[in-house]
Design a protein around this ligand. Structure first.
Ligand code: DP6
Length: 328
């Protein structure tokens, strides 16, 4: 049977960086994200008894051997949950640039977990889906849920308490994100590699872990209160702390380019001048700017034509991942 699922990308405001267990992919810290509309992955999974191995196509192309291995081993987890062994045909498409710090693995593994479990006849609840997706990619655990989402850092050895849950849905607070693309080159050090390298070599890693709960609490409070200024402060703090950590690895990881810094400064200038806006940056050089719906056009106007920007994507807050039926 062919099953199609759609999941949206998400951007972390309080960042996930580091693993407490690499093999089970358990995050060392909790995180808070917003799910975005507009940036989606649609994935089709079809079981086929005649296949001797999984057939995987991403954005119309066969992925690299490393990517195939990661996806096939994830499919293997679904097969063992379902006690089935036939292979699948997978076709997945993102409507945004892959591998440029835009969390394509988040929407990718969330859509694959949803379509894959259904294709093998399983019907997991959202928490089980989140746990499964986390095994593919930590940030994918958050992409099942629309709106504002918390990924909980668990303590159990098997990761049964490491899952995401919704804080508030997509209609709660009409924020907008502008994604300022400064380069579409594939990043040189993936998030996975970068965070493992950081946790082993940065002298500040434990301080990052120890201070993360406070960041989560502050961000949650800012969301409950719809306090934009507070959310701006805590999001920028978490982002800069994550990059400071990466910079302090041995050798240091620099995900930014010159335009990233220019844009960060522009955002801070704008906010100092009374425009509600803040930045966040992931493991790449793109700058994501959050603002309110009322200011989105004004903020866009500040960046249009900027020499360091190749493209601007605009998104609102997106919904839960879902199975697509023929009528969708
Ligand atoms: C900087 O979820 O891609 O975007 O679990 O190894 O697949 P893996 O890592 P991934 O890391 C995302 C890191 C980040 C911050 C975040 O999204 O929280």
């Amino acid at each position: 049977m062919e099953i199609k699922a759609k999941a949206n990308a998400n951007i972390a405001l309080v960042k996930y960086w580091g693993k407490r267990d690499e093999k089970l992919n358990l995050p060392a810290v909790g995180s808070i994200s917003v799910t975005l509309d507009q940036l989606t992955t649609i994935t089709t999974v079809e079981t086929d008894e005649s296949l001797t191995e999984d057939e995987i196509i991403i954005n119309g192309k066969t992925p690299t051997d490393k990517e195939i291995l990661r996806i096939s081993s994830f499919l293997g987890k679904i097969r063992s949950m379902a006690h089935r062994d036939e292979k699948v045909r997978v076709s997945s498409r993102n409507n945004f640039p892959t591998g440029a710090g835009l969390a394509s693995s988040a929407s990718g593994f969330a859509a694959l977990a949803l379509a894959g479990t259904k294709a093998y006849g399983l019907d997991p609840d959202p928490q089980e889906l989140s746990i499964l997706a986390r095994k593919g990619s930590g940030s994918a655990a958050r992409s099942f849920f629309g709106g504002f989402v918390e990924m909980i850092r668990g303590y159990s050895e098997d990761g049964i308490d490491d899952f995401a849950m919704q804080i508030a849905d997509e209609n709660y607070w009409d924020l907008k994100a502008l994604i300022l693309i400064t380069s579409e080159e594939k990043k040189k050090v993936s998030s996975t590699t970068g965070m493992i390298h950081t946790s082993f070599t940065s002298p500040y890693f434990q301080a990052w872990v120890d201070s993360s709960d406070e960041d989560i609490q502050e961000a949650k409070f800012a969301i409950y209160e719809k306090d934009f200024e507070k959310l701006a402060e805590i999001s920028e703090l978490s982002c800069l702390k994550m990059h400071a950590l990466a910079l302090s690895a041995k050798p240091g990881l620099i995900y930014w380019n010159g335009s990233t810094i220019d844009l960060i400064n522009e955002v801070r200038r704008g906010r100092a001048n009374g425009i509600p806006m803040f930045f966040t940056v992931d493991a790449g050089p793109q700058v994501k700017v959050f603002t309110t719906a009322a200011y989105v056009e004004k903020v866009k106007g500040l960046f249009e034509g900027h020499p360091g920007i190749t493209k601007i994507l605009t998104a609102g807050i997106g919904p839960d991942a879902k199975i697509l039926r023929d009528e969708d």
